[in-house]
Design a protein around this ligand. Structure first.
Ligand code: SAM
Length: 226
């Protein structure tokens, strides 16, 4: 599987190139996962015993994948539209002795969604904001989540919008076609709830919102059979 030749894919390959991937790996080794990744890991750990499979959409170098493998996930599929990230993630998995536990896929998850099997946990860490059509991305993610859906996305605050507009303007001036978006949180929440999920935790940083959703019947069975 490789990335398509859409505007999104070529812009993403350019934005998340080898240099960025090498920087992210070095930072992860030095400092551990970034704040949203830590909050997603801790939120999932607190939500219930974590087992089964993971589908990490927009995995980057795989920081969240590695963190969740440490706390109970047995096998992961990590998909990203950046080839540099997928290559770096594969090397990092080798280095950590996790090569057997992760299948790396390169491409746009949305246009190739049918190739992905359902997983116990589906995650999107700082991914929705990179994709123009967030409804399709979330819909395909929700369809594949058997028990948990966990995501981080930018808060809809004036200073987040201003910061993002400035970054996008800088990219426009530099001829870089990559763009980021503040998608409406209420629309995202409605869509996820419409797939039979309920919100079990929400944590905020100044910029990011980190949500953990559970399939409604999973929450019932967890509480009735502790
Ligand atoms: C800001 S990076 C975050 C990477 C990682 N999740 C993290 O938090 O470090 C966003 C990533 O999402 C990926 N992405 C966005 N939309 C995607 C899609 N539809 N299919 C696959 N990857 C996608 C991009 O390629 C990029 O690597």
């Amino acid at each position: 599987m490789s990335c398509c030749c859409s505007r999104f894919c070529s812009a993403t390959e350019r934005q998340f190139n080898q240099q960025v991937a090498a920087r992210d790996v070095a930072r992860y080794r030095r400092k551990g996962p970034p704040a949203t990744t830590r909050l997603l890991r801790d939120g999932l750990r607190a939500a219930g015993p974590l087992t089964g499979t993971l589908l990490d959409i927009g995995s980057g170098i795989g920081a969240l994948t590695f963190e969740l493998l440490e706390i109970g996930v047995q096998h992961a599929v990590a998909v990203d539209a950046s080839e540099a990230y997928v290559t770096a993630g594969r090397h990092e998995a080798d280095r950590r002795g996790r090569a057997h536990a992760v299948d790396w896929k390169h491409g746009d998850f949305v246009s190739r969604a049918l190739e992905f099997q359902p997983a116990t946990v589906v995650t999107l860490d700082r991914v929705v904001c990179c994709y123009p059509v967030h409804e399709r991305l979330l819909l395909e993610a929700v369809r594949r989540a058997e028990r948990w859906l966990a995501l981080s996305y930018p808060r809809d605050r004036w200073y987040v919008r201003v910061g993002m507009a400035l970054e996008n303007a800088g990219r426009r001036l530099a001829g870089n076609p990559f763009r980021t978006f503040v998608h409406p949180p209420a629309v995202m929440e409605r869509l996820i709830r419409g797939g039979g999920f309920r919100l079990v935790s929400r944590r905020n940083t100044a910029v990011w919102c980190v949500d953990i959703y559970a399939k409604a019947d999973a929450v019932t069975s967890l509480t009735s059979n502790p």
